[in-house]
Write a protein that binds this ligand. Sequence first.
Ligand code: FES
Length: 584
Amino acid sequence: MSTPPGGLRSAKWFAGQNVPGFVHRSAMRASGFSRMAFEGRPIVGICNSWSEVVNCNMHFRGLADSVRRGVLAAGGFPLEFPTISLGEQLMKPTTMLFRNLMAMDVEESIRAYPFDAVVLLGGCDKTVPAQLMGAASADVPAIVLTGGPAAPAVFRGKQLGVGTDLWEYIDDVRAGRMSMADYEQLEAAAGPSRGHCPEMGTASTMATIVEGLGMTLPGTAAVPAMDSRRLQVAEECGARAVGLALEQLRPSHVLTAEAFDNAITLMLAVGGSTNAIVHLLAIAGRVGVPLSLDRFHELSARTPLVVNVRPAGQHLVEQVFHAGGIPAVMKSVESLLHTGALTVTGKTVSENLPPSPAADTTVIAPLSAPFQPAQGLAVVRGNLAPNGAVIKCSAATPELLTHRGPALVFENMKDLLARFDDPDLDVTADSVLVLRNAGPRGAPGMPEWGQLPIPTKLLKQGVTDMVRISDARMSGTAYGTCVLHVSPESAAGGPLSLLRDGDMITLDARAGKLDVALTDSQWAERQAECDRAAVPRPARGYAAMYVDRVLQADRGCDFDFLVGRSQNPADEPDAVFDGWVGGW
Ligand code: FES
């Protein structure tokens, strides 16, 4: 096995005939590993986000065993390690509050331990971006292995997407169309297997994006969680990690501006989650790639929807897999990709692509005959969102994408919950529902509150969609005419904080505009009257640091001190060794 120029990183721990070398080898042998097993071999860390409170990642122990086999088969030595994990459904107040914490955990674990490469095992929504952010900053060779989509749930003969259909059933219960007994049965049926949500929600979008970025082996994203082929690709990822260690192919070599363009193009081609916008901005920030919201708008203008998958279409990710998976999607949009971009295979996108397009064009269409035209996503700006906001046009009611109506403002989620059932609520179908104090600082953590519920009295009249505006995010499985990620947020002094009931709001999503009819003097008056101290802030611990240091949504909600590549030699991956003299 040829070692990289300069030797293996792990040799700094294990090769020295001195006290530190003794201590490190002794620690390994205390774990039962002989020198033959690890010395001189690439050490591959398996960064496992398995947790019993993260149901989507519950199969990762078996997956890690498969990665381990691959590492050993390729001549490396695997060492599995845990980090904090983020379970979308159980973790409160929102996993997004802790994405940066997990990213820090991943980064520091990679940097602090003797890894020559890492395999990142992520699945549930925030685990993948957190691992990518951390690995990008550590810049030790890395490859991602996502957990795969769960088996589809079936309820009364209908195949369900976990989130997409759930929103409909919740409205059915509220409107009296579904009994609570039936709803209980649905609850039992909704999650039939391990794996991430099986439609193109945030987890599947992030898995797709990982392929688009070139950070995993081609074809891995859509392999179902419970399919034996996922274990096989896990072995292949483990083996490839050994190659990455020897070739010294690092995230900074793969995560280029071209790779981000490819990832955004894929996200748009599959009708992916708006959450991915925030994550991509954060990952790009880590590697110093200048990515802005405008790039999403530009690429959206040329990228149609070519995959017929929920929530924008009919199928689940499993059908996308059987139609050829993400490589077939990439083949469809090949002319929109930077095909010369390098990937973790050591080859370019072009070299990785399959020779022929998808066989089943009812699931993956050719670029010439897409399921929906371009501009499935729009970035809107104006005096209500000076730094931008986003709207998923493909999930909206087309007639509402251009709309003028009076604001109905909810101060925060508590206010919304207290009033949206009120039969006397002063609201019509033309109203624009506004939720403030739901952004990164305000909530805090920018939860997925952006799909504001339709007020009950309108729901009973048959209203199914309205224009909704917030500084929150929205689940990748949700739909509706929802303007999200308004930046700056209300808690940071953004214009949402000054809005009042009855203010006339104009949305023109296709033109990229979001404005409210207020004069300069009205803005000034309201600014003078605004009491910003009224927004509560966490006083201690991680949450207090979070609200102090988190950036706005248009910059990915990363911490300001984690953005960019450090020029400080003390931050280099191997600087952990400088000045180290021993462990006793
Ligand atoms: Fe974990 Fe959807 S809740 S992936």
